[in-house]
Ligand binder design. Structure first.
Ligand code: IMP
Ligand code: MG
Length: 169
C-alpha cells in the first residue's frame, strides 16, 4: 500500500477546516457523524470547532466487501434523535458516488431541520461541489480506493494513521 495523504497533512488540514467551520457555521450546531468511516475524522474535527455543539451519530453502510458502491444504502438513524429546527453539520469520511449522502440528506430533510451543511474529509472527483451547496471538504482525490484513518476495506485498515491507496483489489 502507498501513502496518499500522511497523518501530518490530515491533521494540518483539519485545523484549517475547524477554523473555517467555526467562522461560517452557527455556534449552536448539531454535529452528526456517519459511522463507521468518519469516527477518527469526527473525533479530531469536533475538537477544532468552537462553540458548544451537540453530537449525534448515524450508521450507514453500502459497500459490503466490494470497492464499488452497491447502490443499496442501509441507514440506521435512532428515532431518539431530533433534527427538527436545528442547524446540522453532517461529518463524512468520503463522498464517492454521493448515494449515501443523498439518502442521508433525504431522510434528515423530512424532519425539517433549520439547515444542513456537510463536511467530508475526502471527495472523489465529480460534480459534488456543484451538487451540494454547503459542502466543506479536506481533500479532493482521484477515483482511487483508499483506506486508513477510519476508512476500511472489508472492515480492515481503519486504525491506520495515514490514508493509503489500496492496490490490487
Ligand atoms: P458513496 O455512497 O458512493 O458516496 O460512498 C460513500 C461511502 O462509501 C463512504 O461513506 C465510505 O464509507 C465508503 N467509501 C467510498 N469510497 C471509499 C474508499 O475509497 N475507501 C473506503 N470507503 C469508501
Ligand atoms: Mg462512510
Amino acid at each position: 500500500m502507498r501513502v496518499l495523504i500522511s497523518e501530518n497533512e490530515i491533521q494540518k488540514r483539519i485545523q484549517e477546516l475547524g477554523r473555517e467551520l467555526s467562522e461560517k457555521l452557527p455556534a449552536d450546531i448539531l454535529l452528526v457523524g456517519i459511522l463507521k468511516g468518519s469516527f477518527l475524522f469526527f473525533a479530531d474535527l469536533v475538537r477544532t470547532i468552537s462553540g458548544n455543539p451537540e453530537i449525534q451519530f448515524i450508521q450507514a453502510s453500502s459497500y459490503g466487501s466490494a470497492t464499488v458502491s452497491s447502490g443499496n444504502v442501509d441507514l440506521q438513524i435512532s428515532n431518539k434523535i431530533s433534527f427538527s429546527g436545528k442547524h446540522i453539520l453532517i461529518i463524512e469520511d468520503i463522498i464517492d458516488t454521493g448515494l449515501t449522502l443523498d439518502k442521508i440528506l433525504a431522510d434528515i430533510q423530512k424532519t425539517s431541520p433549520a439547515s444542513i451543511s456537510i463536511c467530508s474529509l475526502l471527495i472523489k472527483k465529480g460534480d459534488h461541489k456543484e451538487k451540494y451547496p454547503s459542502l466543506f471538504y479536506g481533500f479532493e482525490i482521484e477515483d482511487l480506493f483508499v483506506v486508513g484513518y477510519g476508512l476500511d476495506y472489508n472492515e480492515k485498515y481503519r486504525t491506520l494513521r495515514d490514508i493509503f491507496i489500496l492496490e490490487s483489489t
